[in-house]
Design a protein around this ligand. Structure first.
Ligand SMILES: *Cc1c(COP(=O)(O)O)cnc(C)c1O
Length: 850
């Protein structure tokens, strides 16, 4: 029989164990090993059965066991000590508290969060990154209030049918069984937010509060009685449906998110955020809600826009136009021709997302474009991706060189305490002391090759055990009552070179590149002296049959009798699997089509555990590969076509494995230890662990983006927003006059016929400014190496000073040092200048000499 209603009855803990309640309700436990061990010790089997979920564990444990623990002085003392430790962690000053000018609160928006397996509200990289961002922010004391949606079914659970076809199920989550609490008014009523919809309807949502260490995460949930069935299902699934369903989710996240933060700050007396950071474009509507608020305070749309831009940071994550969220403009028009945003005119909304630039599509509303227009600061997620993004969005700043496009980059990082296996942390603690586990000098003699290798062996063994268990469980699920095939007990070998490969399955990640030459792969797997084994996992988007076919091909190959013990596809890639998979692999493989991997973080998580990377030079690897920390698969960019490229890159991969990787792995000393390999592990751990840490990433966001954004928002809002009003007026004047701005003449002198290094070039330019004055503009000489087609590369700027004006023509002059030999070229450009602009390109206006 099916239950018509379900809920979870929470355990009543004995008074002596009250600390467990607190420890289980703050997700800090998920990256605090001693707390996890405390829970595990309540019932080791129950801990495993719950999938490492304290609330699930406490709900399942027998009351007698709890009474026993309540009478156990040691256990009670441990619990109290850990609770005290949590209190200290939550209140003591940390890195952020040492900074000057740091804002009292920062809002962070993301459509998904991967924090712990026990709270499955993520589909992949974007969500895990957001989770790691919050955890590091907590560790560093960064006062983030995060917002997301509470999905009743999260992302799907993956099973693989006997035919190798992906099957999706959507287990329903019960919020009462999760580490969530409802945000309430003092009188006990649940706090709600509502959004006005077309036809007089309204969407209501309640607000779940999640404690992620010091950070608060608010999750909006539309499954409430105030909504009809259709609206209740707005937050049913992560990335469910398309079009309108998705729009509703994004309206809720952006607009509802700002409202939820307002309710939260008011109810708790927390400072209101000054900076709003949106993790990808899905939350972009947040800027419109803030504009509507400011219009309520008496600002015009454009004045409010200046304020919002100053405080908004937009992070883009996709290197392909197809990855961007776009809606039909008519749909947007329908949703914004309502009471949704008081004071905001629908035409202004449409203009923000319009693709009204070279190559754009009319009638389309583009969320990334709106994100860039609503945020004065924007970034990609690796250096290469920053470059790709500047190219991809360059049309929004016509006339500017790619390098001038105001999109910077902050390379992603991963949260070391979450992703470092306890085996390695324990070794580090034993050898380097407790405080140094994540920045230990692994190249030192404090730890021997043998000890390090032993830890690596233990992590590989752990993966083999887990893989066998998973494959066995999957079999029982597909074949109830039928015993496992006997060969499952010899699936994978804890002593063989293990290659890991796990990812979502969009085409660009090339899940099946390794099958390009099946015979070659087979010979690597079955090599008599130097065999390899491969562990693969990944989910295909439910609507992507192409991706499912790739999985099917792999599963079919992996079930061939001769290789089936050496290559395995593990169903249902998630955080729990990932935690054992990365540490258990010797080599982490990644073979995307460059440059389509914006950053990639799984290889980082592997590196943190001493696994070496074998990857195309894309995303983070293009930035960090140094010849000693792994291997680079040369990317065959210039190959004739896709098939040719796949072949060349696959062949390089096989060659590297056969001639470099396997020989080094199996090159053992008399003690059985591969000393040369361990040397690479030491190097990887000591150099990459600090560089790839999410602490490094969050510090960069704070110093390079959050603090400047907070300062900008404070400056522009001074008094009663007078600077914003002035900036808005000034911008419209500059925009109106710009067609009359021209560089009419440029001359140079001061060098001989044969210029030499050390000479100084004198440049003089005549400029028409229309109705603008010299104070409104920067006139500068842009110089660098002259390349093909007179294109300038490696450019620098030197501003020119006003030296005179007559008959509507102003003269500007200055000098350029000729600092290096070789081809040299220069030009003169005019760009708007105002102290509240963050970059020369910001307004997309430029005049150059022709
Ligand atoms: C890290 C991680 C990802 C993202 O990996 P990428 O290399 O960035 O694609 C996806 N799923 C899980 C479970 C992860 O832990």
């Amino acid at each position: 029989m099916k239950a018509i209603r379900r809920f979870t009855v929470r355990t009543v803990l004995p008074e002596a164990l009250s600390g467990l309640e607190e420890l289980s309700s703050n997700l800090r436990w998920s990256w605090h090993e001693p707390t996890k061990q405390l829970f595990a010790s309540i019932s080791p089997d129950g801990w495993e059965a719950s999938g490492h979920d304290p609330i699930g564990l406490l709900g399942a444990v027998e009351p007698e066991r709890l009474d026993e623990l309540a009478a156990d002085d040691d256990f009670v003392a441990r619990t109290d000590a850990l609770r005290d430790e949590l209190h200290t962690y939550l209140s003591e000053p940390r890195w952020y508290q040492t900074l000057a000018d740091a804002p009292a609160s920062i809002a962070y928006f993301s459509p998904e969060y991967g924090i712990a397996a026990a709270l499955p509200q993520y589909s992949g990289g974007l969500g895990i990154l957001a989770g790691d961002h919050l955890k590091s922010a907590s560790d560093l004391g960064v006062p983030i209030i995060a917002v997301g949606l509470f999905y009743r079914s999260g992302y799907f659970r993956q099973a693989i049918s006997r035919e190798g076809w992906q099957q999706e199920t959507y287990p329903v989550l019960d919020p009462d069984g999760l580490p969530l609490s409802v945000l309430r008014h003092p009188d006990g009523r649940a706090a709600m937010i509502t959004l006005a919809l077309p036809d007089g309807r309204a969407l209501a949502a309640r607000i779940w509060r999640v404690k992620v260490g010091r950070v608060t995460l608010l999750l909006l949930d539309t499954d409430v009685p105030e909504n009809d069935d259709e609206l209740r299902s707005v937050t049913d699934r992560l990335y469910g449906g398309g079009g309108e369903h998705r729009l509703l989710q994004e309206l809720l996240l952006g607009i509802g998110g700002v409202r939820a933060i307002g309710v939260f700050t008011e109810l708790t007396g927390t400072a209101e955020p000054l900076v709003f950071h949106t993790n990808e474009g899905h939350a972009g509507f947040l800027g419109l809600e803030r504009i509507s608020d400011l219009i309520g305070d008496g600002l015009s749309f454009t004045e409010a826009l200046q304020v919002v831009r100053a405080g908004t940071v937009f992070t883009t994550h996709t290197p392909v136009p197809a990855g961007i969220d776009r809606f039909e403009s008519t749909l947007i028009e329908r949703y914004f021709s309502t009471e949704l945003l008081p004071g905001v005119d629908v035409a202004d909304v449409l203009a923000l997302g319009a693709e009204d630039y070279d190559g754009g599509v009319t009638g389309t509303f583009n969320m990334a474009v709106m994100g860039l227009r609503l945020g004065q600061r924007a970034n990609g997620v690796s250096k290469l991706h920053g470059h790709v993004s500047r190219g991809m969005f360059g049309a929004l700043w016509p006339g500017f060189d790619e390098d001038d496009v105001p999109i910077t980059s902050v390379t992603n990082g991963v949260h070391a305490p979450s992703w470092t296996d306890p085996i390695l942390t324990d070794l580090a603690t034993a050898k380097f002391g407790a405080g140094n586990a994540f920045d230990a000098d692994w190249t030192s003699e404090h730890v021997s090759d043998g000890e390090l290798w032993q830890a690596r062996n233990a992590m590989r063994q752990q993966l083999v055990t887990d893989a066998r268990r998973r494959v066995g469980d999957a079999w029982s699920e597909q074949n109830p009552g039928v015993g496992d095939p006997s060969w499952y007990s010899s699936l994978l070998d804890p002593n063989i070179l293990t290659i890991g490969f796990a990812r979502r399955v969009p085409t660009y990640k090339r899940l099946t590149l390794m099958l390009h030459d099946e015979e070659r792969l087979r010979s690597l797997l079955l090599h008599p002296e130097r065999p390899i084994q491969i562990v693969i996992a990944g989910k295909s988007h439910p609507a992507d049959d192409e991706g499912k076919r790739l999985i099917q091909r792999l599963v079919e190959f992996a079930s061939e009798i001769d290789v089936r013990e050496r290559i395995v596809f593990l169903p249902n890639y998630d955080i729990a699997m990932a935690k054992l998979l990365y540490p258990g692999t010797d080599v982490w493989l990644n073979n995307p089509l460059r440059p389509l991997e914006a950053c990639g973080t799984s290889g980082m998580k592997a590196a943190l555990n001493g696994s070496l990377n074998l990857s195309i030079l894309d995303g983070w690897w293009a930035e960090y590969y140094d010849e000693e920390n792994g291997w680079a698969i040369p990317s065959a960019d210039s190959a004739g076509d896709g098939a040719e490229r796949d072949k060349l890159e696959a062949d390089s991969m096989y060659d590297l494995i056969e001639h470099q990787i396997a020989p080094r792995f199996y090159d053992r000393g008399d003690d059985g230890v591969p000393h040369r390999w361990v040397q690479s592990i030491r190097h990887t751990l000591s150099t990459l662990t600090p560089a790839l840490s999410a602490d490094r990433m969050v510090r960069e966001y704070v110093e390079r983006l959050y603090i400047p954004a907070a300062t900008a928002e404070e400056t522009i809002s001074a008094g009663t927003y007078q600077p914003a009003r002035e900036l808005s007026l000034w911008k419209s004047k500059v925009e109106a006059e710009w067609p009359a701005v021209h560089v009419t003449h440029v001359e140079s002198g001061g060098v001989d016929a044969v210029p030499q290094v050390g000479d100084t070039l004198h440049v003089r330019a005549q400029v028409e400014l229309g109705g603008l004055t010299a104070d409104d503009v920067t006139v500068e000489v842009v110089y660098g190496r002259a390349r093909e087609g007179d294109r300038l590369a490696d450019t620098h700027q030197e501003s020119l000073e006003l030296t005179g004006a007559a008959n509507g023509v102003s003269t500007f002059a200055g000098t350029v040092p000729l600092g290096r030999a070789g081809s040299f070229g220069y030009n003169v450009r005019v760009v708007p200048r105002h102290p509240l602009l963050a970059s020369a390109a910001e307004m997309g206006l430029i005049a150059v000499a022709v």
